[in-house]
Ligand binder design. Structure first.
Ligand code: UDP
Length: 235
């Protein structure tokens, strides 16, 4: 296997499927199968889940809500998604643990780095909910942070686009895809991979990022086995 321990970042929106908000159980079940195919190969997998399908702090703030209050709602939304994902994974007979950055002990373990690593070593999928536990951050930042903390080999950003393009491929038909790109070039060309805080944290810690289409069956396993899928951002 190309990678031994990976961190998969899934946005909340990815869980919506074709809906306008909330969670699509069909999509969750499909993701669970994708994840299972990787776990069965003995790869250690941690997941950071977003919350954008339920609530975003910035959206609340734009309508006059206190930003911190909104961010707390957003972080709780990620815990809701984490519980849904955990349930879907368990339905697929995958052992899981949900750890939350915000203490919510009746529903999830608190985030304890050593415990998370131990779960991974035992073959359990660890879902990290609650983002970083701090307002003004995103779950992309949480994904990079947790990946560094657990010594993941790579961070996989599962999206609905199959990589990083010269321009937005959904708007510009001329856009072409990169197979590889450096952190520096992403910044120079003004491309959008993650928010700046998350991206520079990854760069500073020499943690490669692979952006790939999570909705294409078999893709996750291909990425993990080192097949040329998506775009890899490296030093
Ligand atoms: N959030 C936060 N701190 C974090 C992570 C998330 O305050 O460390 C809040 C923030 O309001 C954010 C929301 O949770 O808008 C949902 O996360 P995000 O927007 O990253 O979800 P995604 O876009 O991946 O679905």
């Amino acid at each position: 296997m190309h990678y031994k321990r990976i961190l998969l970042k899934l946005s909340g929106e990815a869980l919506m499927g074709n809906r306008q908000y909330g969670i699509d159980p069909q999509r969750l079940a499909e993701y669970a199968e994708e994840i299972k195919s990787v776990v069965e190969k003995g790869i250690e997998l941690a997941i950071v889940i977003g919350g954008g399908n339920i609530f975003r702090g910035v959206a609340g703030a734009s309508r006059g809500m206190d930003r911190v209050q909104g961010d707390h709602m957003g972080m709780l939304a990620t815990v809701i998604n984490g519980l849904a994902l955990q349930s879907a994974l368990e339905d697929a007979d995958i052992q899981t643990r949900l750890q939350s950055a915000i203490k919510i002990n009746e529903v999830a373990e608190p985030f304890i780095r050593r415990k998370a690593i131990r779960h991974l070593e035992k073959g359990r999928v660890v879902i990290f909910g609650g983002g970083t536990g701090n307002p003004y951050f995103t779950t992309d930042s949480a994904a990079v942070l947790r990946a560094i903390e657990i010594h993941a080999d790579v961070i996989l950003k599962g999206t609905r686009v199959d990589g990083i393009y010269t321009a937005d491929p959904e708007k510009n038909k001329e856009a072409t895809k990169f197979d590889f790109i450096t952190f520096e070039d992403v910044i120079k060309k003004g491309l959008k991979v993650m928010d700046t805080t998350a991206f520079t944290l990854s760069q500073e810690n020499e943690l490669p990022i692979i952006v790939f289409d999570m909705n294409k069956p078999g893709n996750l396993l291909k990425v993990v086995t080192g097949e040329k899928v998506g775009t890899k951002v490296n030093l």
